[in-house]
Design a protein around this ligand. Structure first.
Ligand SMILES: [Cu+2]
Length: 337
């Protein structure tokens, strides 16, 4: 008995602590869209629980009740039949009313969601790739258009419009603490409006199985006060920092001589590849390879030395480098703040 109780307690605490809170939880909403959805799901769960309990009572009651004694089993009891018919009609009516009510609530919630981004001042194009996210900030001034990867900075407290599409297979964009999930479909554009009430980092995850490294296709929305966001955007628009020191200079040369240059772009250098994450300000990101590793010198080296060991099947090949060459490239990339 005691064992059972402690197991139930453990299960409850796992559900309430690990599953329901934190930077990636639909039940710990941090923006209006997620709040709307969380409220809706709790209401649905509450109402459906009440219905379930009533049904169970209705099922148990006749089983537990003593059947009335009848002298003549075949004789009909018209008044009892009439009573039962009334109960069934009322139950059907209540069921229909509940269904219509819930449908109406869900319709109203959808209207609230649609209204969130109606006056969004910022538009970001998010393109799914196997297995990373291309993030492009749109602007009327072409020189202010910015491309980065995996980490999406937004101003806190402002609605932002995300245009979602894909270049290869169907992915799904889901930042549970901020909004519902929406698919990224090749050749099609979906619109998702998000707003973060407060500054913070919110984790997301590709939510549509998209191949070998689907589970390592994380993304982050980093909401910042407006001034900090503007400063970030201006910094990111700058060309890459020139390498300082002999090792970093050698790394910059190597980057351009090795296959890296075919796939990656580094602004302000001849590296202009567009099939892989833009590395112009790679060292300013908090993670590597779509949330697979945290950003550090060691992890940068580990990733470049063996991307296939860290993310098997990923579209970055192992490039043969000796120890000095690897160190030089890492020294260069580490300076790209
Ligand atoms: Cu995906």
């Amino acid at each position: 008995m005691k064992g059972l109780a402690s197991m139930a307690f453990a299960a409850a605490s796992v559900l309430s602590l690990q599953g329901c809170a934190g930077w990636q939880s639909a039940l710990d909403p941090k923006g209006p869209a997620a709040s709307e959805l969380a409220w809706l799901i709790w209401f649905f769960i509450g109402l459906c629980s009440v219905v379930w309990v009533l049904v169970m009572i209705a099922l148990a009651a006749p089983l537990l009740m003593r059947p009335p004694r009848r002298t003549e089993p075949l004789m009909l009891d018209a008044s009892a039949d009439h009573r039962k018919l009334r109960v069934v009609v009322i139950a059907v009516g209540l069921t229909a009313a509940t269904l219509v009510g819930l449908t109406l609530l869900s319709f109203l919630a959808n209207r609230t969601l649609a209204a969130i981004g109606s006056n969004a001042a910022l538009t970001i194009r998010v393109t799914g790739h196997q297995w990373w996210w291309e993030v492009r900030y749109e602007d009327a001034t072409p020189s202010r258009i910015l491309t980065t990867a995996n980490e999406i900075h937004i101003p806190a407290g402002e609605p932002v419009r995300l245009l979602l599409t894909s270049t290869d297979v169907i992915h799904s964009f889901w930042i549970p603490s901020l909004a519902g999930k929406l698919d990224l479909i090749p050749g099609h554009m979906n619109v998702l409006d998000v707003k973060a009430d407060k500054p913070g980092t919110y984790r997301g995850q590709c939510a549509e199985f998209c191949g070998a490294q689907h589970a390592n296709m994380g993304t982050f929305i980093i909401a910042e006060p407006r001034a900090k966001f503007d400063a970030w955007w201006n910094d990111q628009l700058q060309p890459a920092a020139a390498p300082t020191g002999d090792e970093a200079k050698a790394g910059a040369d190597l980057f351009l001589k090795r296959p890296c240059v075919m796939c990656h772009k580094i602004g302000g250098t001849p590296a202009g590849g567009t099939v892989a994450p833009d590395l112009t300000h790679i060292a300013s990101r908090q993670t590597l390879a779509a949330g697979s590793l945290t950003m550090s010198r060691g992890n940068l080296a580990a990733w470049i030395a063996d991307p296939q060991g860290i993310k098997p099947g990923s579209h970055m090949p192992v490039v043969e480098l000796n120890g000095d060459e690897l160190n030089a490239i890492v020294a260069y990339l580490e300076g790209l703040k």
